[in-house]
Write a protein that binds this ligand. Structure first.
Ligand SMILES: CC(C)(COP(=O)(O)OP(=O)(O)OC[C@H]1O[C@@H](n2cnc3c(N)ncnc32)[C@H](O)[C@@H]1OP(=O)(O)O)[C@@H](O)C(=O)NCCC(=O)NCCS
Length: 197
C-alpha cells in the first residue's frame, strides 16, 4: 500500500469521494439511513471545489488501489475560529483545563478529515494514514494531534473506536448546537500525544 500527497489532477475524484460520504441532514429521520451511518461512519460538511483547491498545501494524503482513491487523511493547522468562539461562550466542557491549554498552543494540528472506503475498511489503512501523517509532522514539532468526532444526532462509532484504538482520548465535549443543518449536533474532541513529547 502506497500513501502519498494528493495530486492537483485528483481533486475532482477526491471531492466526489468526500461529498458522497457526508451526512445528509434531510435524511436523519430515516432509521435505515442512520443505522448505516453509525455502522460505517460518515463525514460532516460538504466541501466545494474552490475550498479543496486551497487545501493542497496541507498534509493531504491519499491511498489508491487500481488507480482509484480508496482513502484519504487531511491535517489542518488552524485553530477553528467557530470552535474558539463556542469555547468562549462556555459551550465546551473540558475534561481537564490542561487539555484546553494544549489545544490552543502552537503549532496546532488536527485531523481535518479521514476516510477509507467500505470495501477496504478494517485493513489498517486508516491507521497507516494516521501514522504517516504523524511521521511527517514529527519534523514540524508535533506534540499533540486533535480530532473531532460527532456523537449526535448520529454517533460515529467506527470513528470513535478507530481513534480510541490508536491512542486518542476524549478531552472535551461540545454542548449540542445547530450546525451543518442539524438541530442537535454534538461532537467530542479527542487528543493523541505523540510518542516523542
Ligand atoms: C474511521 C475509518 C477511517 C477507519 O478506517 P479503517 O481503515 O477501517 O481503520 P483501521 O483498519 O486502521 O482500524 C480498524 C479499527 O477502526 C475501528 N473500526 C473501523 N471500522 C469499524 C466499524 N465498521 N465498526 C466499528 N469499529 C470500526 C475499530 O476499532 C477497528 O479495529 P478492529 O477491526 O480491531 O475492531 C473508517 O471507518 C471510515 O472511513 N469511516 C467513514 C468516514 C468516517 O467516519 N471518518 C471519520 C470522521 S470523524
Amino acid at each position: 500500500m502506497y500513501i502519498r500527497q494528493v495530486k492537483a489532477t485528483e481533486l475532482a475524484e477526491l471531492l466526489q469521494l468526500i461529498n458522497s460520504n457526508v451526512i445528509d441532514p434531510v435524511r436523519i429521520a430515516d432509521k435505515d439511513y442512520i443505522s448505516k451511518l453509525s455502522s460505517e461512519g460518515f463525514l460532516v460538511g460538504k466541501l466545494h471545489e474552490d475550498e479543496i483547491k486551497r487545501m493542497l498545501d496541507r498534509i493531504f494524503l491519499v491511498v489508491t488501489s487500481k488507480q482509484r482513491i480508496i482513502g484519504y487523511l487531511r491535517i489542518d493547522e488552524e485553530i477553528d475560529v467557530d470552535f474558539k468562539e463556542l469555547d468562549m461562550q462556555g459551550m465546551v466542557d473540558w475534561v481537564h483545563t490542561d487539555f484546553k491549554k494544549y489545544y490552543y498552543q502552537l503549532p496546532h494540528y488536527e485531523i481535518g478529515g479521514v476516510l477509507v472506503t467500505k470495501e477496504f475498511s478494517r485493513k489498517n489503512i486508516g491507521a497507516s494514514l494516521l501514522y504517516k501523517a504523524m511521521e511527517m509532522l514529527k519534523y514540524k514539532n508535533l506534540k499533540y494531534l486533535f480530532s473531532f468526532v460527532p456523537v449526535s444526532p448520529v454517533r460515529n462509532e467506527p470513528s470513535l473506536k478507530f481513534h480510541l484504538k490508536n491512542g486518542f482520548k476524549v478531552i472535551a465535549k461540545l454542548q449540542p448546537l445547530e450546525l451543518w443543518g442539524m438541530k442537535h449536533y454534538q461532537s467530542v474532541l479527542l487528543m493523541k500525544e505523540s510518542e516523542w513529547v
